[in-house]
Design a protein around this ligand. Sequence first.
Ligand SMILES: Cc1ncc(C[n+]2csc(CCOP(=O)(O)OP(=O)(O)O)c2C)c(N)n1
Ligand SMILES: [Mg+2]
Length: 336
Amino acid sequence: MARTIAVNSREDHIKTEELQELYRLMLLIRRFEESVYQKFHENKIGGYLHRYDGQEALVAGVVPQLRLPGDYILCTYRDHAHALACGTSPRAVMAELMGRATGCAGGKGGSMHLIDPDRGFLGGDGIVGGPVPVALGVGFAIKYRGGNDVCVVYFGDGAMNQGGVHESMNMIGLYKLPVLFILENNQYAMGTAVSRSTGQPDFVMKAAAHGIKGEKVNGMDLFEVRSATRRALKHIRDKGESYFLEMSCYRFVGHGIGDDNTKAWTTYRSEQEVEEWKKKDPLLKFQAYLEEKGILDPAKIAKIEEQIHEEVMDAIQFAESSPEPPLDSLYDHVYS
Ligand SMILES: Cc1ncc(C[n+]2csc(CCOP(=O)(O)OP(=O)(O)O)c2C)c(N)n1
Ligand SMILES: [Mg+2]
């Protein structure tokens, strides 16, 4: 029989099945990203890519709380996790990374431009801060059409220094649009620490300057992310106005595939700092919690690991055996 576990507050009970699903999702994201690293170095993936290792809770604590389709999600180029959480198959994501016609953008978008509109996933964006003006438009459309859908927009701490982000936040605050901001504050924009790039590192205060309520959240803790998201969504759906969640987190690997944290130009953070954050690993912390509560045991974990491994291997096999887009489709979907 299904058990429920009380988390953080009496209202917030979670079924054991849901907890297991969240664990599976976080593990899928982690293992998927690890395999992507390997495939890039085998020259199976071209272009560039950015991994989400360490930030999994920001997606697992938010996306399953949404009504999809109905609500909408926009995010940055660090987008593999978001697509997987929306339900885009690992096959379609891997095929997109490998530039195959079976990819979720027909093989023409690549890592930074995953998209799956049927599931409400309006895509990644290679432009820092780029998703926020789009969220303004989506939020406006939701309000114009009526109903209480929400547009969730993910963006980074570096993006908070972009003019277009603040212009959009101003209008979202002014027009009271149903937008949930998820600031992925992973402490760095490429090699630049937050403290070196902004005179006011309190991002919730910056949101308040635009008339948007918000709070700071420990993004390394799935339950905290989940609870804050539920509060925020309730606020947005009930009041029809936006909400801002600043999630502190850390990317465990380099900024992108070209940053392996070892070369001189990547020594913007110390090994010791990385190790300190890894002690707060959201996946391992959640796993330990589930073991402590008797929801998972080593045998069950091994079984889930095996299933995820098979799922990722299947995605790779599918992608590698898929065709590239035909040459005569080169100019499709291109404006000239
Ligand atoms: C408008 C724009 N300027 C610069 C870049 C180059 N660039 C790519 S990622 C990045 C850092 C962004 O950092 P942040 O917003 O904190 O996101 P994170 O990569 O940490 O997730 C920069 C400067 C870009 N893609 N777009
Ligand atoms: Mg950042």
